[in-house]
Write a protein that binds this ligand. Structure first.
Ligand code: PLP
Length: 391
């Protein structure tokens, strides 16, 4: 332990140097950065009075996202959680259904499942991608589920499995092609929770455009931000229309009449948030390049410390490195590193508590062997990852 102490102090000192931090200056985990047209576009919004739920920046943000991701359709939403909720509803996820996801994710993934009245099935993550494991997924479906009239049934509970939500953790992509092949064989729809992976590509294609839906978040801690915001990606025109409709209070478009043909949601992205998003999207390539530089600096730094592993992007993918992460040898060592770093005003954070340990899911989920998630969660630390500091 004593040797680790000096080793950790040295690492923390080096991280602070990478970020050019002054003595006692706080280094956040991931801070937003505004150095482009943000103020200009926000002023345009205010001057035009179009600050609310319609306006030219919303249309432009959707088109910009289509261009960047290669998605056929994009529907701007109030946040990433609402985007996921609508995607799951359009996969016909209903009361008492089951939805497969990973236990190592932000709460939003599983909250969206709960909003539909469904419960999660927790399937383990892969140690390289930190995202849903196709092998564990297939093993679970083979052993514990069966098909009836092209519907996947969880044999023990008799419940229907409607969807699977892999999450591209910290910008590392799940092996999404394998996951989709497996899910297709079981008639399960795939919604990619790509909240963290704007700018991450798998086999040359942007994350979020493989599944029936993909959803991205523009919350303040993500790679770029609209204050609050999200987007639904889909390749199907009919689903895109339905998604827009549901997020717009299910209002049938008409110049003055108010007719709503089903229960809808007020999940639109306001124009003022879209203005911020348009300005941020212009800077995305620059932010991603700076995060790459930071990754190279971290790779060099951690190459000098044998028992700490800096997590690199898996083969066949290009990560946005949204949050950089290291693995320590044990939970005790993780905790002492966390203590020292945060004492030194260098924000470091453990991975999320595993979702099946939270009170609302303890007795309300289907559990499978999650040994990899349990191991990784106990040893992982996210380290400062903002782009601009690394210049
Ligand atoms: C950020 C995030 C979301 C969406 O969050 P919002 O704050 O609602 O935009 C969803 N899933 C994951 C994994 C996230 O990290």
């Amino acid at each position: 332990m004593e040797t680790n102490k000096t080793e950790y102090q040295e690492i923390i000192k080096n991280i602070r140097e990478i970020f050019h931090a002054k003595e006692n200056e706080f280094i956040p985990l991931h801070a937003p950065n505004f150095r482009g047209n943000e103020k200009k576009y926000l002023n345009e919004c205010i001057d035009s009075t179009f600050v609310s739920s319609v306006g030219p920046f919303v249309d432009r943000a959707e088109l910009d996202l289509i261009k960047y991701t290669g998605s056929k359709f994009a529907i701007a939403c109030s946040n990433g959680t609402s985007a996921l909720h609508i995607a799951l509803k359009l996969c016909n996820v209903e009361q008492n259904d089951l939805v497969i996801t990973q236990p190592f994710s932000f709460i939003a993934t599983v909250n969206a499942i709960s909003y539909c009245g469904a419960s999660p099935i927790f399937v383990d993550i892969d140690e390289k991608t930190l995202s849903l494991s196709p092998e564990k997924l297939e093993a679970f479906l083979k052993a514990e589920c069966h098909l009836e009239n092209n519907v996947c049934i969880h044999t023990e509970s008799g419940k229907l499995i409607k969807a699977c939500v892999p999450m591209h953790t910290f910008g590392f992509c799940a092996e999404i092609d394998k996951i989709i092949d497996i899910c297709n064989a079981y008639f399960i729809d795939v919604v990619e929770d790509a909240a963290e992976s704007l700018g991450s590509f798998y086999k040359g294609k942007h994350s979020g455009i493989f599944g029936k839906f993909g959803t991205i978040s523009f919350n303040g801690n993500k790679t770029i931000t609209s204050g609050g915001g999200g987007v639904i990606l889909t390749q199907d025109e009919d689903l895109a229309k339905k998604a827009k409709h549901l997020t717009t209070q299910s209002k049938v478009p008409h110049a003055w009449e108010f007719f709503h043909d089903q229960i809808g949601y007020n999940y639109r992205m306001p124009n003022i948030n879209a203005a911020l998003l348009c300005a941020q999207l212009e800077q995305l390539p620059e932010f991603l390049a700076e995060k790459r530089t930071l990754t190279e600096q971290y790779t060099e730094l951690f190459s000098h410390f044998q028992d700490i592993q800096f997590l690199k992007e898996p083969n066949e993918q290009h990560s946005n490195y949204w949050l950089c992460a290291i693995l320590l040898p044990s939970k005790a060592e993780r905790d002492s590193f966390l203590q020292m770093a945060n004492n030194s005003k260098t924000m470091c954070r453990p991975g999320w508590e595993l979702l099946f340990t939270l009170p609302m899911f303890e007795n309300n989920c289907v559990m499978t062997d999650c040994s990899t998630a349990i191991d990784i969660q106990s040893r992982l630390i996210n380290i400062p990852s903002s782009p601009y500091y690394a210049r």
